[in-house]
Design a protein around this ligand. Structure first.
Ligand code: PLP
Length: 276
């Protein structure tokens, strides 16, 4: 497999990053995962915009356009003969003697390589179980940063509890999102999802679903749900680049609707697939 390390396309075995790369030592960097369907990146511009936003928010001096990231991503997929899959890319503040403060002359390090993606067919068809975990992440979840430690721990908790994904909550009145996905509820025909603010990552798949709702005039509200609200939902689903749209049939011992996949979730799934 070929990978990008800065301006070089090299074989994976030859790709080196410095021991003192700040991404490695501090999680001082940002990333994206972008899906490719039939040789085309899905919502590429939205991903690149979010990447530039993340870079700006953490003050990594890297211009996505100037570095021709779009061309690099296309090239890496071609070079590896991949038409269906995803690309992982990250940009760190680069290597410098270990010190918390920013280096005076940072040299950001760009890496990118293809990720294999297999559609979770069974889960898309039958739905998943989620488990509630307190959201102990920092308060800038809008930045797609490399600091994923609580997300990682939460996903492991889900696995140990026999669930596909975690549902985070800050307190009993505030459900946020999944450990690597956004959450949607459906109540009386209305979709409900957390507003795009610093408590969640504004997922690109989330944006795609909101666009679908606008186009098809499916009512949708961006508002915060409480733990009690979860008990009243008729349907629920999660969204992410790799999972796409996954129905949720239970959250711990809360059964969603009658425990089967609801009609609105199916419709959103279908409309989403049509776009890909
Ligand atoms: N929320 C978090 C915390 C994530 O890590 C992700 C994706 O990895 C998402 C939401 C979904 O975002 P997207 O639809 O852009 O993949």
């Amino acid at each position: 497999m070929y990978v990008w390390v800065n301006q070089e396309l090299v074989e994976r075995d030859r790709a080196n990053v410095d021991l003192e790369d700040r991404g490695y030592q501090f999680g001082d960097g940002v990333y994206e995962v972008i899906r490719m369907y039939h040789g085309n990146f899905f919502m590429l511009q939205e991903h690149l915009d979010r990447l530039q936003y993340s870079l700006n928010e953490v003050g990594i001096p890297f211009n996505v356009k100037e570095h021709q990231v779009e061309n690099k991503l296309k090239e890496i997929m071609k070079k590896n003969y991949i038409r269906d899959g995803a690309v992982y890319l990250q940009i760190t503040r680069g290597a410098a003697p270990r010190n918390h403060g920013f280096p005076e002359h940072p040299e950001p390090v760009f890496t990118a390589y293809p990720l294999p993606v297999t559609r979770p067919h069974q889960e898309q068809l039958n739905g998943i179980r989620m488990t509630l975990v307190e959201d102990l992440r920092w308060l800038r979840c809008d930045i797609k940063s490399l600091n994923l430690l609580w997300n990682v721990i939460a996903k492991q908790k889900a696995k140990e509890r026999g669930c596909f994904e975690t549902l985070f909550y800050r307190n009993e009145n505030h459900v946020t999102e999944g450990s690597s996905s956004n959450f949607f509820g459906v109540k009386n025909g209305v979709l409900i999802t957390h507003p795009a603010n610093s408590f969640i990552l504004n997922g690109i798949t989330r944006q795609a679903v909101l666009n679908i709702c606008k186009e098809k005039q499916i009512p949708c509200e961006e508002k915060v749900m409480s733990l009690n609200d979860l008990k009243e939902l008729d349907e629920a689903f999660i969204t992410s680049t790799t999972a796409e749209v996954l129905p949720v049939k239970a959250i711990d011992d809360i059964r969603i609707g009658d425990g089967s996949v609801g009609p609105i979730t199916r419709r959103i799934q279908k409309l989403f697939f049509e776009r890909t």
